[in-house]
Design a protein around this ligand. Sequence first.
Ligand code: G1P
Length: 292
Amino acid sequence: MKVKKAVIPAAGLGTRMLPETKTLPKEMLPIVDKPAIQYVVEEAVNSGIEEILILTNRSKTVMDDYFDYHPELEAKLRAAGREDDANMIRKVADMAHFTFIRQKETLGLGHAVLCAKRFVGNEPFAVLLGDDIMKSDPPVTRQLIDAAEKYNCSAMGGRHVPLKEIGKYCTTRYESIPGEEKIFHLLEAIEKPRPEQVITDFAILGRYVFTPEIFEVLEHQTTGFNGEIQLTDAIDGLAKRSKVVAVDFEGRRFDTGSMTGYLETVLEYALESEKTGAWLKEYILKKAEEWK
Ligand code: G1P
């Protein structure tokens, strides 16, 4: 199995980040000097993905522009002797082969993935949620591709989360695979479980590798939580008819789609950045002195 295509659903309305996300897609919010979605694209590319479909909606055209050339700006930068900057902004558009499709109605994550059927064709593909940034080496998507290739089936990325938070994600039932510590056989998944529905603390979190069989399930998927077509419900259906594995991935997850998650991401990346790290550390220390 070779996974060369990825789908990044980025068509949500961003209702946790208003008013900012009224017109600016949450995926375009800056994490230091790059928009959040660029980190997600870089993870896909660093995992061996060559073709990327970004699912947008009618108010998110700024994303297509970002992954395009900008000849006028490049010319200005080159004329000013800023070759490195000109090359840097060109490289963004050359990282992969990009395709953009609009999800015409916001009917849920499962519906968004179904919109990718024509792009995907009869190949396995990765799905990376546009507002989840994963910091890891090897990239989380690579870890999933390796597991999908090893077991020749779909692979879901997840982590154990505090039980009091599981209702924000999904809960799963799984059984161990002899000789594996981090890869399980996935048996069941429930989206946004109510307390009485919680099975385990292992949640699927924003990264997936699917065989095209997922489309057969999605095409018949009825609405679930919040009246939406949920990807998790389709994963549950898939797990009940075929082999599916879950990978307890290595790495840190940042949820840029919530206010505090976004700020945490910015601070972590700013502290690590050569451009801002030293300054921010000094600023935080100064503030901490003031609060004493
Ligand atoms: C989505 C998925 C959910 C997953 C979560 C975090 O939920 O539906 O299963 O656990 O992302 O990756 P959302 O954050 O869109 O409510």
